[in-house]
Ligand binder design. Structure first.
Ligand code: NAP
Ligand code: ZN
Length: 358
């Protein structure tokens, strides 16, 4: 694997610049690789954090996008799982060491040698290449990855809805499975009903749980109930929060802005767990006694490994779970990023329509 080819991308050359069209280079498929034409890419709030250099770690120019969906255009000689014309997707991971215990266990995102993220990651394991040595994401016209990091999208699943499964859905599916909600029967709360939150409601419901949507936006109640929530709590309303006190076994917290976990802990009942998913920077201040009184656990979770992401895809296809999406063109990226930055006030995942952007 050595040769590079040109592809068009949309990215930002600095934190304060607007999105513009860029030319980048990716590797032609080596023996174990698959190249695919990108058709759609979901827009995650993490893209906003990284494009805004929220953690001071972004390398510019940055090409965001880690909810890729497209159609295979070329395969390497060793590739057996995919053929030209297949619908495929990529999430947040494009490489890892593929040797450590975590990679062998199919949790490549926890690779002991550090996973390579789909964009803004230094290339270190050698299964992918770009002109700069930094990965570029799905706001582009084509991508090449080792087949190990590719997800098969069933032919009948709408391609425009598939991208969000590879970040927003797996980020909810994985903790639902880990915290034993996959066989149903739990009271599950989802905080923040944006891109991740809506998938959390649909997945938890399809698994057979009772679902409570917890939102700062009363206007989201109807949408939340339509996609499967049984209850709705307005987190900024004291009476509403009191009505849900001591009811939940598991809370998936997707809040994208600084907040305090303590605000939500009274909603948990004995042995309940809250799982932090939002990538927020400010530390939380937590009193110990309430944790002890109800044996409460505070945890975190990040995306999921490749086999579990494929399970999530197959679960969504089987249960006909589709993200509520809105297609946008590259010329609208600045606007969408500013909406998400302020607060995603709609139950929607914006998805970049790549064909329409060319
Ligand atoms: P999103 O679509 O922008 O939704 C975030 C939601 O958080 C908003 O719709 C809003 O919901 C709530 N929110 C925003 N500001 C708030 C505030 N000040 N107080 C309380 N609630 C607030 O974002 P997303 O794409 O779902 O991503 C959510 C977070 O998860 C981001 O930080 C993202 O970077 C992170 N993330 C983590 C992983 C992981 O692996 N752990 C994966 C993907 C994304 P309401 O209007 O309903 O209150
Ligand atoms: Zn994401």
């Amino acid at each position: 694997m050595t040769d590079l080819y040109d592809t068009v991308a949309w990215g930002k050359s600095s934190k304060d610049s607007k999105f513009s069209q860029l030319k980048i280079q990716r590797n032609l498929p080596g023996a174990d690789d698959v190249t695919f034409d990108l058709k759609y890419c979901g827009i995650c709030h993490t893209d906003v954090h990284i494009a805004n250099n929220d953690w001071g770690t972004t390398t510019f120019p940055v090409v965001p996008g880690h909810e890729l969906a497209g159609v295979v255009s070329a395969i390497g000689t060793n590739v057996t799982k995919f053929k030209v014309g297949d619908q495929v997707g990529v999430g947040c991971i494009v490489d890892s060491c593929l040797k450590c215990r975590n990679c062998n266990d199919g949790v490549e995102h926890i690779c002991s040698g550090k996973m390579t993220m789909t964009y803004d990651s230094k290339i270190s394991h050698g299964h992918i290449k770009t002109n700069s040595g930094i990965t570029y994401g799905g706001f582009s016209t084509s991508q090449t990855v080792n087949e190990r990091f590719l997800i098969k999208i069933p032919a009948e699943y709408p391609l425009e809805s598939a991208g969000p499964l590879f970040c927003s859905a797996i980020t909810m599916y994985s903790p639902l499975c880990h915290w034993k909600a996959a066989s149903g029967g739990l009271n599950v709360g989802v905080i923040g009903i944006g891109g991740l939150g809506q998938m959390g409601i649909m997945l938890a419901k399809a698994m057979g749980n009772k679902v409570t949507a917890i939102s700062t936006s009363p206007a989201k109640q109807q949408d939340a109930m339509e996609i499967g929530a049984d209850n709705f709590i307005v987190s900024t309303d004291e009476a509403s929060m009191l009505s849900g006190a001591d009811t939940l076994d598991l809370i998936l917290n997707t809040v994208s802005a600084n907040h305090q976990i303590e605000h939500y802990l009274p909603l948990l009942r004995r042995d309940g767990s809250i799982v932090q998913l939002g990538l927020v920077g400010k530390k939380h201040e937590i009193a110990q006694i309430p944790l002890m009184r109800k044996r409460i656990q505070i945890s975190g979770s990040m995306i999921g490994g490749i086999p579990e992401t494929q399970d999530c895809m197959d679960f969504c296809a089987k249960h006909k779970i589709f993200s509520k999406i809105k297609l946008v063109k590259a010329s609208e990226l600045d606007h969408v990023f500013s909406i998400l930055e302020q607060k995603n006030d709609q139950v929607v995942r914006y998805v970049l329509d790549i064909e329409a952007s060319k």
